[in-house]
Write a protein that binds this ligand. Structure first.
Ligand code: ATP
Ligand code: MG
Length: 418
């Protein structure tokens, strides 16, 4: 028996309804806030991710699925969406008419990490990106959107954590201070961090290895190095969130695992998922569009871990399954053939009808109708068929109604979808 690849998964009926519900809820919310959907490929040239995410990140160093295609070009299954959305923004000159654009996209991402609860090798993200706005208002808007989505999905036990990572003007001083600090900690750091220490000391702040976390407890904080402009930006984000009634925690340790972030970064964290506490993460990446060859446009975005969100929504997938509107229990060859034709005609008009494809007793057909929780059952016995009528039963109230066969589809529709 051939099995799934490790870290990949099937999303089966019974669970998929939850995914569909979340997807619809998110898409509706995004559209209410003026976002358009954008769909990007699941593969890109490796260079795109290497350049945008950063060579020293976990993702680029060890998590990407990269392979040469037949002509030797290096391709990568996308580990995240932002790089591709930025590429599309630049490539199709989506800034030309109006640089202010809001996009969302939903789909699979691929990272070769150690699989565990809430961590897969193919996982899904819901992404949002806003281009062309430098104002801290959109930083607050995105955090507000995340919190509102959680509300609509009845997710509790989440908290917004925010921080500022500064800008190219204030970061060098901080990097310098951090390097000095790290030089005194070399014996305590994991081999990755020891190597990254000089090249990209910020990465050490994001390391998940417990010993590194311990060593970093009294590390200098970027927060204390913010320039006046970055500090003012962050103050406005906070004041706006206050005005919107969004609760948040300033988390000076919050850095994110991608190189391109500037200024505001944020995460939605939950206590409900053990070690995988980040449900969503995002931030500003003002330099990335230009770094990838586009115009100098600021940008900000977030990614929600769809798989993790599914784990914590306060909804029961069973409540989201749509049972059949109608089950037709037909006896005898002629009735069964009519039932099949009606099922097709009703389906075309949006009524979900089911039949029993076999030639089984009324009792076993009724059992199946019960099992499917059909709202109505139509009984077409041989005798009834001969008299040109059938019986429609409301399964909740047990009310019965006689329906003439010659206008069955209309009559059923009128009763079921008044
Ligand atoms: P983590 O710290 O959990 O590794 P990350 O910082 O690598 O997360 P991002 O790159 O910011 O994650 O991606 C945004 C979100 O995508 C995360 O907050 C998380 O919910 C989700 N995510 C990331 N990696 C995985 C994975 N391997 N499996 C499932 N969800 C994931
Ligand atoms: Mg990660």
């Amino acid at each position: 028996m051939i099995q799934l690849i490790r870290g990949f998964k099937d999303i089966l009926p019974g669970e998929v309804e939850l995914w569909q519900h979340i997807e619809k809820t998110a898409a509706t919310l995004f559209e209410e806030f003026g976002f358009s959907e954008i769909r990007i490929p699941i593969m890109e040239k490796t260079e795109l991710f290497a350049r945008s995410i950063g060579e020293d990140t976990d993702i680029v160093e060890k998590e990407m699925y990269t392979f040469p295609d037949r002509k030797g070009d290096l391709l990568t299954l996308r580990p995240e969406a932002t790089a591709s959305v930025v590429r599309a923004y630049i490539q199709h000159r989506l800034y030309a008419q109006d640089p202010v654009r809001k996009f969302y996209t939903i789909g699979p991402m691929f990272r070769r990490e150690r699989p565990q609860k809430g961590r897969y090798r193919q996982f899904y993200q819901i992404n949002a990106e806003i281009f062309g706005v430098a104002s801290p208002l959109v930083d607050a808007e995105l955090i507000f959107l995340l919190v509102t989505l959680c509300e609509r999905l009845k997710v509790t036990d989440v908290a917004a954590h925010i921080n500022s990572l500064g800008c190219p003007a204030c970061r060098p001083d901080f990097k310098q201070a951090l390097s000095v600090f790290l030089a005194g900690k070399t014996a305590l750091l994991c081999s990755d961090c020891d190597r990254r220490r000089d090249r990209n000391p910020l990465r050490v702040l994001d390391c998940k290895v417990p010993a590194c976390r311990e060593a970093m407890i009294d590390a200098p904080s970027l927060h204390d190095y913010l320039c006046a402009a970055c500090r003012a930006h962050f103050e406005t984000v906070k004041a706006t969130l206050d005005r919107l009634g969004v609760a948040y925690r300033v988390d000076k340790r919050l850095v994110r695992g991608l190189d391109y972030y500037t200024r505001t970064t944020f995460e939605i964290q939950t206590g409900a998922l053990g070690a995988q506490s980040a449900v969503a993460g995002g931030g500003r990446y003002d330099g990335l569009v230009q770094a990838l060859g586009g115009p100098d446009q600021p940008a900000i975005g977030f990614a929600i871990g769809f798989d993790r969100l599914v784990e914590i929504v306060g909804l029961n997938p069973a409540d989201l399954v749509r049972p059949p509107d109608l089950f037709m229990a037909a006896l005898g060859e002629k009735s069964q053939q009519m039932a099949f034709d009606w099922m097709c005609a009703l389906g075309r008009q949006g009524v979900r009808a089911e039949i029993d494809y076999g030639d089984r007793s009324l009792k076993s057909q009724m059992k199946r109708a019960d099992k499917l929780s059909a709202r109505y059952v139509l009984i077409i016995g041989e005798q009834e068929a001969a008299q040109g009528k059938a019986t429609l039963r409301n399964m909740a109230t047990r009310d019965q109604l006689e329906i003439p066969l010659e206008r069955l589809v209309e009559a059923v529709r009128e009763t079921i979808q008044p």
